[in-house]
Design a protein around this ligand. Structure first.
Ligand code: ASP
Ligand code: MG
Length: 418
């Protein structure tokens, strides 16, 4: 039997009517001849509520009990989904993570899969079960405790099952109808992409496009799982949504596929750091230990005169999420006090945003950066930091110009007609 994985996110199972609507979509695939593994999230808002309960009960909670509590939302929807399917005469049953079992590491709330043995579910399919409904987001550690995979983890559960069961496709049902060239709230010219390459999706996901958990895209890329994002509120057919796939499956792609942004960034600059081997390690080591997610890094070598002598110094600029600035400053001040680093001053700019263009076509096209910078110049937007990868160019700019920059770049790279 060909097999499909269908994943329903929180808004797709928000209440009993939504669950019935999702079940009807599953039933239709069964009627088309598929065995189906359904992965469900908790009802929307439920996981947040559970996290809140844990924090109110025990501020410095035991991570194992946190996982025991927050994983429970998915157990409820798994059972209700199986019941809804049974009511529609579809032979279905639910599986909690430990029943499969979904084996994971013991890193509570950030667990990774170690194995997903197929035997239990395969046996039931062989006995006539048509749908296995599996609770997303959770697993079982070697110690026999319940684990969770991190917020948004049901996407990753879905991809892992698609890989383990050689699914024809992994359909991620959500509240948007696919992946867009940019956020439609910023420009009405944004439009849905029919296909996007894994690597592009990975960049977009890590740049903050929230449709898919980044890890799920990594996993899909590694195991070549064809992943489709589509809306559970539309009438859907085999061409709906956006297919995330290998670049070989994309016949003709634009140089730039999407424009992404991240609004709440900050830029920090350490002035006149002594320039010697090990200085970057001495700065970014303490930042990493303090849990600061450093993104862009720029180093400028210069000179300063001290006691009549020219000495080599460097200005070190980095960006991080704006809510980590205090933590970053504390880490730098402590490193300075401990004699690990020397610098003259630490300058913070908390009014910046990051705007990025992403596309696999950049590999084979020159001039994308120049076109991007020209478009921003034409709008009088000053660029503060630039970073590039093979398929991405990102700039830091003043936050108040973010929307303008996204619109200008969307126009410049002709995305409205993609
Ligand atoms: N319910 C979990 C969360 O909200 C997992 C998921 O929905 O993917 O993070
Ligand atoms: Mg999600």
């Amino acid at each position: 039997m060909p097999l499909l994985v269908m994943k329903f996110g929180g808004t797709s199972v928000a209440d009993l009517a939504c669950i019935r609507n999702a079940a009807a979509k599953v039933k239709r695939e069964v009627e088309r001849g598929y065995d189906v593994i359904v992965i469900v999230s908790a009802m929307s808002g439920k996981t947040n509520e559970l996290v809140g309960w844990v924090e109110q009960t025990s501020p410095l909670f035991d991570a194992r009990e946190y996982d025991a509590v927050v994983s429970s939302g998915e157990n409820v929807t798994a059972g209700l989904m199986a019941l809804s399917l049974q009511e529609m005469d579809v032979p279905a049953r639910s599986w909690q993570g430990w029943q499969v079992p979904i084996n994971t590491t013991s890193a509570h709330s950030a667990a990774r899969f170690t194995s997903i043995p197929r035997d239990n579910i395969d046996t039931k399919f062989a006995e006539g079960m048509k749908v296995a409904v599996v609770a997303g987001f959770q697993g079982l550690s070697a110690e026999g405790r319940i684990t969770t995979l991190g917020r948004g983890g049901s996407d990753t559960t879905a991809v892992a099952f698609a890989a383990a069961f050689n699914a024809e496709r992994c359909d991620i049902y959500t509240d948007v109808d696919g992946v867009y060239t940019t956020d439609p709230r910023i420009t009405t010219k944004a439009h849905k992409l029919d296909r996007i390459a894994y690597e592009e999706m990975l960049e977009l996901a890590s740049l903050g496009a929230k449709v898919l958990q980044t890890r799920s895209v990594e996993l899909a890329m590694r195991y070549k799982v064809r992943l489709r994002v589509l809306s559970s509120f539309d009438d859907t057919d085999e061409n709906s949504g956006t297919l995330v796939c290998d670049e070989d499956e994309i016949m003709e792609s634009k140089v730039v596929s999407g424009v992404a942004y991240s609004r709440d960034e900050a830029k920090m600059t350490l002035l006149s750091v002594e320039d010697r081997p090990g200085i970057a390690a001495a700065i970014f080591g303490p930042l990493a230990e303090a849990g600061v997610n450093v993104d862009m890094i720029v180093q400028n070598i210069s000179e300063k005169t001290e006691g009549g002598r020219a000495i080599a110094v460097t200005d070190m600029t980095f960006s991080c999420p704006v809510n980590q600035v205090l933590r970053a400053r504390k880490a730098m001040e402590e490193a300075r006090a401990a004699g690990l680093i020397r610098y003259d001053d630490l300058i913070e700019d908390t009014d910046v945003a990051k705007v990025s263009v992403v596309g696999i076509g950049m590999r084979s096209h020159a001039g994308v950066a120049a076109a991007m910078f020209k478009a921003l110049a034409a709008e009088n937007v000053n660029i503060k930091v630039i970073a590039t990868s093979e398929i991405k160019i990102s700039v830091l700019i003043d936050r108040k110009y973010m929307e303008l920059a996204v619109q200008a770049l969307h126009d410049t790279f002709g995305l409205e007609s993609a």
